[in-house]
Design a binder for this molecule. Structure first.
Ligand SMILES: [Zn+2]
Length: 75
């Protein structure tokens, strides 16, 4: 995977929304990543310890988007 906008390969925020996983890059680019499913998401963000936020914006604000493979659940 690589950000199509800035070519970054890390420092992404992964957003789990239902069955879909979105990737948000620090550059602001955001895209649907069909190759990541829920199991991959859980593995990347460290298992069932992720935090559920009511919205992406709330998650971004709470996390400060300051990590690698930080995960947000939206359910
Ligand atoms: Zn980017």
């Amino acid at each position: 995977m690589m950000c199509s906008a800035c070519r970054a390969r890390r420092d992404w925020l992964l957003i789990n929304h239902g069955r879909n996983v979105w990737v948000r890059c620090r550059c602001g680019n955001q895209w649907l990543e069909p190759e990541i499913d829920r199991a991959d998401f859980d593995a990347l963000v460290g298992g069932p310890h992720g935090t559920t936020y009511p919205s992406v914006e709330a998650g971004l604000a709470a996390l400060g988007f300051d990590g690698v493979f930080v995960g947000i659940y939206m359910e």
